[in-house]
Ligand binder design. Sequence first.
Ligand SMILES: CCCC/C=C/CC(=O)SCCNC(=O)CCNC(=O)[C@H](O)C(C)(C)COP(=O)(O)OP(=O)(O)OC[C@H]1O[C@@H](n2cnc3c(N)ncnc32)[C@H](O)[C@@H]1OP(=O)(O)O
Length: 397
Amino acid sequence: MTLWPGGPWLGGTSLETTNHWLSPLQVPALGLHVLGPAMLASQKDFNNAVSQVKLLKEDPGNEVKLKLYALYKQATEGPCNVPKPGMLDFINKTKWDAWNALGSLSKEAARQNYVDLVSRLSASSESPSPEAPAADRKQPESDSLVVTSEDGITTIRLNRPAKKNALTTQMYHDIIAALQAASKDESAITVLTGSGDYYCSGNDLTNFTHLPAGGLEEMARSAAALLRDFVNCFIDFPKPLVAVVNGPAVGISVTILGLFDVVYATDRASFHTPFSHLGQSPEGCSSYTFPKIMGSSKAAEMLLFGKKLTAQEACAQGLVTEVFPDGTFQKEVWARLKAYSKLPPNAMRISKQIIRNREKEKLHAVNAEESSVLRERWQSDECMNAIASFLSRKAKL
Ligand SMILES: CCCC/C=C/CC(=O)SCCNC(=O)CCNC(=O)[C@H](O)C(C)(C)COP(=O)(O)OP(=O)(O)OC[C@H]1O[C@@H](n2cnc3c(N)ncnc32)[C@H](O)[C@@H]1OP(=O)(O)O
């Protein structure tokens, strides 16, 4: 089996010829124990991904191939418990190291990560041009998102001030498209900010009132898929990503801050994740990033009890990089960003890559799990009652 004919791997010896490592014929009947609702990739998805790898047009490079190998082994055989190859058996030792580095990652999560990785590789090998100029950018479908590019900075602005920039389903799609375009445009830095007095009041709770033909279950399924795609874009975003938090932030607009590189906030901002109040659970990888950023008990106070942080508190906890007086916020922040945007863009990209790569697989696994749990939560009475309360004007945060 030759996946990338003529591609010398690791010093001229093909990894696959030493282990036939991606042959779908070798996938044993797994009898997998599925953890949650069907958010994690099925065996069929996994088998498809294994076949898809062979169709990739470009060689993804040794590092990625090793990752695929390790995830494949973990997904099919579980944690590495075979003896470590000898020092001089370079290729098998490298493969063993990659597999062993996955530690106790479950078979299901490895399978999911494998499917995600293959889908990203397939998408990028199909993308027509690496540098889509800003002028070619597909404009958002509605006025609720405004995307501009100037001075080496692409700015994605939430523009629904009358609704405190609450995120409609269309806005999630538009933000995904805007991030994908920004990742390929010529700007050095990408910024997310809001119009008006709020940064963002989180998920628009009326999203839950548009029930599709398949009812609540179908609504929860598609919302979980959208959430997962949305958060994946932040995990994978390749350039410096800066949040300019111009006012209070709620829900998902707070949780994804843990995936930004830098967060600047006005002293009027606050940070609120009232998931328990809403019968929901954390998303945006916050169940992982928040304890890492602020320690487990501060994270628990926010994520379990919905403690609202002031900008100064969020800065002290490490969620916010710097707080500015509201009167000079815009002037100071944009002057600083303009200066940063003049730095060599490739160096910034590569530095971000090296930082993010250490965490990427983990973040994707966390995102998959959080989305899966929320899919269930959204069908719970606790959640339905909280949303009904808000919509009937009985409850406000
Ligand atoms: C598919 C992916 C799903 C990802 C899931 C994410 C989870 C979350 O994000 S959880 C967080 C959800 N957000 C909320 O619970 C916030 C709800 N809003 C409020 O509690 C308050 O509106 C506020 C504290 C944000 C602001 O209060 P304030 O008194 O200053 O202003 P209001 O008069 O309430 O708001 C003006 C206007 O905007 C509407 N609105 C504000 N936020 C939302 C929202 N999140 N969803 C829907 N609508 C919202 C509010 O109803 C008002 O509308 P009207 O002028 O028509 O009454």
